[in-house]
Design a protein around this ligand. Structure first.
Ligand SMILES: Cc1cc2nc3c(=O)[nH]c(=O)nc-3n(C[C@H](O)[C@H](O)[C@@H](O)COP(=O)(O)OP(=O)(O)OC[C@H]3O[C@@H](n4cnc5c(N)ncnc54)[C@H](O)[C@@H]3O)c2cc1C
Length: 367
């Protein structure tokens, strides 16, 4: 099913007699029970660079949005990841899929996630009702904050038809500091030290094996060139106790190496995404199975781990303060999303029943 208008979508969902699997570009490799349903409405309906606001149909390719923003020297500040290499998928990321997945990159540590840039949504719920929430400016958000609820709900509460986003100017330059050879524990300490300064670090990442065969810890700063140069120098001095700090300046801002988890692309291993407190990251990484490969994002609060196929990391690690998502991995009875604690699961079930009384939207997903 590919309804091209909101009215067609509402009619299709109201009349649906069986579950539907909501898709955008399919780049996340998420397939739920039922016939594929793709909202085909696309196009930017409003873009006001002066007001830092963009409204687009949910089926609009992210690339189209990024090109329109770049032409005005602006960007989606939450750094949308491209997961096609990691997941071996094809297709084109849509802005609806990005919002539904709350897809956000390493800049999350400083500016927040996709959810934090979402001003308003329109969607059709599982009963075929059209819902609008939020507006084009933050202050218009009133009543129940369905905008926040939809971000990250993975199409389980409704099919997005339109999203309003806050956008930001693209800074002049990015500066990167890197330190080679740190252990996971020292890397977390260095990243925490950097994030605790007033020098506005916009990404803090570590990989246990970089292109030069050594662990690499990297920090990013963005802004006007004079400011970035000054802050790079200050931060370099601050991090000197952790080892030799190298700095570079460039007009390339995004970090595909971390953002898209490029290091694990194409491999056979299962890939997991663990959320934890940054200070818990070293202990958690030490409990990973022998041979696991590790990347830390957001200063250590997000761990990407590649492990042998079929490994149930939730069982291996045992309970911890956070959750584990199996992002890549086939077979077995290992759920993709971390089971929710009973109290939260009851809330989720209540919300799903409200928005999707017949349980037809992405049935089985996130359950
Ligand atoms: C388990 C997992 C974890 C991930 N974690 C991260 C992360 O932390 N950060 C990150 O940036 N990226 C993450 N990604 C990748 C992220 O989810 C993509 O970048 C997103 O942009 C996909 O666009 P798409 O159109 O291809 O969506 P699809 O792959 O087609 O769909 C993605 C999800 O959104 C739903 N969906 C799609 N379109 C709509 C719509 N119009 N209305 C309602 N629901 C819709 C789908 O049912 C599905 O659940 C993760 C992916 C997976 C599989």
């Amino acid at each position: 099913m590919e309804p091209a208008s909101e009215a067609e979508l509402a009619e299709a969902l109201a009349g649906a007699g069986s579950p539907v699997s909501v898709r955008g570009g399919g780049t996340r490799g998420i397939v739920a029970e039922g016939a594929a349903l793709r909202y085909a409405g696309r196009g930017i309906s409003l873009y006001e660079p002066g007001a830092l606001t963009l409204v687009a149909q949910a089926g609009t390719p992210v690339a189209e949005i990024e090109a329109a923003l770049a032409a005005e020297g602006q960007r989606l500040a939450f750094e949308v990841p491209d997961m096609r290499g990691l997941l071996g998928t094809e297709g084109e990321s849509t802005i609806g899929g990005v919002v539904a997945a709350n897809a956000s990159g390493p800049r999350r540590v400083s500016v927040g996630a996709a959810r934090d840039f979402l001003l308003g949504v329109r969607f059709v719920d599982g009963a075929g009702r059209v819902v609008q929430n939020g507006g084009r400016v933050m202050k218009n958000v009133t009543g129940y904050d369905l905008v926040k609820l939809m971000a990250g709900s993975h199409g389980t509460l409704g099919v997005l038809t339109e999203v309003s986003l806050k956008v930001l100017p693209k800074p002049e330059v990015a500066g990167v500091l890197s330190i080679d050879g740190l252990s996971v524990g020292d890397a977390v300490a260095a990243m925490s030290a950097a994030l605790g300064t007033p020098w506005e670090v916009t990404a803090a990442c570590h990989t246990d094996l970089s292109a030069n065969d050594r662990p690499s810890t990297q920090l990013r700063i963005e802004g006007m060139q004079a400011s970035v140069t000054y802050r790079l120098d200050r931060l370099k001095a601050h991090l000197a106790p952790f080892g030799e700090v190298e700095t570079t300046l460039s007009d390339t801002h995004d970090w595909p190496w971390f953002r898209d988890v490029e290091r694990f692309a194409g491999g056979e291993e299962d890939v997991w995404r663990l959320h934890c407190k940054p200070s818990d990251a070293p202990g958690l990484a030490a409990r990973l199975p022998e041979g696991a490969k590790v990347m830390l994002d957001w200063g250590g609060g997000l761990i990407w781990a590649a492990v042998a196929p079929g490994t149930d990391l939730r069982a291996t690690l045992g309970p911890f303060d956070g959750h584990a998502t199996r992002v890549r991995g086939q077979g077995g009875s290992i759920a993709r999303f971390h089971p929710e604690p009973p109290a939260l699961a009851a809330l989720t079930a209540g919300l799903r029943a409200k928005f999707d009384p017949r349980g037809i939207l992405n049935r089985g997903l996130m359950a």
